[in-house]
Design a protein around this ligand. Structure first.
Ligand code: EPU
Length: 421
């Protein structure tokens, strides 16, 4: 197992370059299945979630070449076979394969996907999309068998703007006969990235980035190239690092508009930052004021940044209230922050953070990806040594986090350890 050891309290300056977005890459790679020719995707982050998707492609016998941040995939001759549970459960995004295989071959067998344990995470809206396009879904012992004689465009109203259900419905609709309309679609930038990629293959998708998406099915999808957009959650995480420990820390290769909700909240708290076309430069907040934050779908404040933000809230003067509206169980970081000296109470879907409080290094546990990020941030701020165990979760989503933070002055190391029974 792996753990991160941090000696806290060091000011950070220099430049951190942001990698390609995990939540785009994990949908772009399965989307390659739909293509009848070779696709090239650039700016792929080097994270273990991408390795897991590559494993699925290899299992399906696609031709893959991965060189640095570029992946070339020829999935035109894959073998459509059941994707085993052991692979499917490695990550949430494995179910994008379920959709792209169904979209191309009209038959797929796959197990329920995995993902961070942050709430129930049902897939009913995805299944609703499949059914609206004429597919028959059989669910038995955690396994889905989905088939259709013909996929025909349909009207899908999503009960909530689910990122996964929006992408899954697009993937199934691009080769269906006729027009599909998705209403109450998610508007995340990752969805625009996927639609642009599919359109470059010859798909006809309009409205991505708005609440209504139209997809006119096509019969053939050809050679395509795309670039993964910068990761807005990695961007936001390092901006918060800057607010905690920065001394003119520059976060580079970013699309500031994608993290505007965070930038506005940090300004409200009293953070001084310089926002340029593709970078943000930020220094440690001085005498920051408490803020209230509520997570929402894009362009609202992202749920994926609320845990990292909670570390900063411990340093603001007064009582901050942070409300999580997307997941039921995304406060597993809180007991560890409290152990390090924070004053946080959980009240159903809200946390109340009273600050400022001094943080002290402790041995803590990364229960999920963003909880792990929160604790890395706390470790950078804390006095003394923090050890974050179980950081495989963190490595799933943050490319070279140790190298990036070390390069700007953090004292941080990754080490192997054996769990004591
Ligand atoms: N939901 C349903 N039914 C569905 C789908 C979703 O009830 O069929 C609910 C979920 O339970 C949740 C909410 O709707 O309460 C939002 O879920 P959504 O489908 O939008 O999330 P997702 O597609 O499973 C992606 C990201 C998450 C990110 C969310 C929200 C990927 C692989 N994952 O998940 O990323 O939190 O969108 O923005 O794209 C992370 O990176 O740490 C992460 C968890």
């Amino acid at each position: 197992m792996k753990r991160i050891k941090i000696e806290g309290g060091h000011k950070l300056s220099g430049t951190i370059n942001i990698s390609g977005a995990k939540n785009s890459a994990v949908a772009l790679i399965p989307a390659a299945i739909l293509c009848d020719e070779e696709v090239v995707i650039d700016n792929i982050p080097n994270i273990s979630d991408v390795d897991a998707l590559q494993e699925i492609l290899e299992y399906l016998e696609a031709d893959i070449k991965r060189e640095e941040s570029r992946i070339t995939i020829d999935a035109s001759h894959i073998v459509n076979k059941e994707i085993p549970e052991s692979i499917a459960k490695k990550l949430r995004a494995s179910y994008y394969f379920m959709s792209s295989i169904l979209g191309k071959y009209k038959y797929v067998e796959m197990y329920f996907p995995g993902g961070c344990a942050i709430g129930a995470r049902p897939i009913d809206q995805t299944l609703k999309g499949y059914r609206a396009l004429g597919a028959k879904v059989i669910e038995e012992n955690n396994k889905f068998t989905i088939s259709a004689d013909e996929l025909v465009g349909g009207h899908v109203y999503l009960d909530m703007p689910s990122v996964g259900a929006t992408i899954n419905t697009i993937l199934v609709a691009v080769r269906a006969k006729g027009e599909t309309v998705i209403e109450n679609a998610a508007r995340e930038p990752e969805i625009v990235n996927i639609a642009t990629f599919l359109n470059s293959m010859g798909a006809k998708i309009t409205g991505a980035g708005t609440s209504t998406i139209y997809i006119e099915g096509v019969e053939y999808l050809g050679k395509a190239f795309t670039e993964v957009i910068p990761d807005r959650i990695e961007t936001g995480t390092y901006i918060i690092v800057g607010a905690l420990m920065g001394d003119n820390l520059t976060i580079n290769n970013v699309i500031p508009e994608h993290v505007d909700s965070l930038i506005q909240k940090l300004k409200e708290a009293g953070c001084d930052m310089k926002v340029d076309e593709s970078s943000v430069t930020i220094s440690q907040i001085n005498g920051g004021r408490a803020i209230n934050v509520k997570t929402l779908g894009y362009p609202g404040f992202p749920t994926d940044l609320q845990q990292p933000l909670s570390t900063l809230l411990t340093q603001l003067e007064g009582e901050s209230v942070l409300e999580e509206t997307i997941y039921e169980n995304r406060f597993k970081n809180v007991p560890y922050l409290n152990d390090m000296g924070a004053n946080i109470t959980i009240d159903d879907k809200k946390i109340h953070v009273i600050g400022p409080t001094k943080l002290t290094g402790k041995v803590v546990n990364a229960t999920d990806l963003r909880a792990g990020a929160c604790l890395v941030l706390a470790g950078l701020k804390a006095e003394g040594e923090t050890i974050i165990e179980n950081v495989e979760h963190v490595l799933r989503g943050y490319e070279n986090i140790i190298g990036k933070l070390s390069a700007v002055g953090a004292k941080i190391e990754l080490e192997e350890y054996n769990e004591v029974a």
